[in-house]
Design a protein around this ligand. Sequence first.
Ligand code: AHR
Length: 496
Amino acid sequence: MKAKITLAKEFRIGEIDKRIYGSFIEHLGRAVYGGIYEPGHPTADENGFRQDVIDLVKKLNVPVVRYPGGNFVSGYNWEDGVGPVDKRPKKLDLAWGTTEPNLIGTNEFVKWCEKANAECMMAVNLGTRGPDEARNLVEYCNHKSGSYWSDLRRSHGYENPHNIKLWCLGNEMDGGWQMGAKNAVEYGRTALEASKMMKWTDGSIETVLCGSSSRYSGTFGEWEVQSLDIAYDSIDYVSLHQYYGNQEDDTPSFLAKTLGLDEFIYSVICACDYVKAKRRSKKTINLSFDEWNVWYHSNNRPFERWSVAPPLLEDIYNFEDALLVGSMLITLLRHCDRIKIACLAQLVNVIAPIFTKTGGGVFPQTTFFPFMHLSNYGRGSALLPLVDCPKYDCKKFTDVPYIETIATFDEENDEMTVFCVNKSLDESVVLDVNLMDFDGYKPVEFISMDGYGIKDENSLEAVTVKPHTNPVPEMDEGVLTAELKPFSWNVIRLKK
Ligand code: AHR
């Protein structure tokens, strides 16, 4: 089949905030223990951080990592995770039914972020705790010295403040599974007071209000409007969370889920702007899509209750998951004028692109590669391509474009990249890219992932699902033509 996209500098959606390529580490399963931290591992550094994991994280070029949860944070006492390690208590984590040894806490995680070239996005507990403990944590992390909490940090060996800029006001507070879950008014009030006091402690921070835990949560819509209306003046972003799965084993419907994602994003923007209009406010609330991914393979696996770091949520991803992850991130980029932060949930072992064996090796999952390409080449501004392509109908959606695409334009470095998923199971797409006013831009590299079985996976033994390069596409009178193989991930890089 044939498709055509047209690109022009005027089709600029907005500047891409690099934090859209963020990720997430929760105290959950083997994300921390056996993931980023494993003293005694052959690659561990002096802090016990696995260097083989850091090397892969660096390839993903992740600028910000959310921490320490997730559901975990709603029962977490941050004070348990600072100070001498041998004095830290072991606590039951009611979110996941495990035991938290508190060997890693705030200071160690900030240190890990420095090693991984990332910033920490910190979540505070607004479930079992409240604004007071939240503002104390800001003081502990960000105040220079001369106060109880800042001097406590210094006494723990961290003379300089961590200067953490981004703070999540709790996690999924609408969900019954959350410790200390709240209704929208209770949450809005708590979040407002927490944000206010946290910003009085450090006026340079930004805060994220919890939106609904997903588009399918019963309170979705009303929750956003009510809690935003209460906390509007103090907060900067509202969060979105969404996971998808292919439980029905229906690949065309699975890959079409980005249509639902697009509607979800649009409706949260509408909720923000409705509250803005109602309040006659000049302030615009942007979006933090701080949990998104494919998650379903590992559901309902048994584990030993109250054990430390059991293998929880260890999805092994296949090729179709990689295409959905690429398509999801393309969809987020199409809204980069409003989505400033996004976190692939999560980063290591727990529904993650990086998978380790405790005491053994590490490998990139199939989903690692589309994320890596977008994060490394998708910088600058995003351009909304005019797309003319055939569409399909499936059980869940109608009129699904066979190709999912976005272009990014890095004017500073004279680079442009077109990202494209071909969702057809059996047909190639001959794609014409009309470059209009991009005079002098020529294709320099064509990377793709194709030719794999839908359910093919990587493992410690073999990373078979991975990208390869193709001959550079032809250009004729400003139109580039490339063949997108059936069921493929494609990256076409151009330079001036
Ligand atoms: O990322 C796994 C879990 O998904 C998080 O703890 C929670 O916020 C969400 O429900």
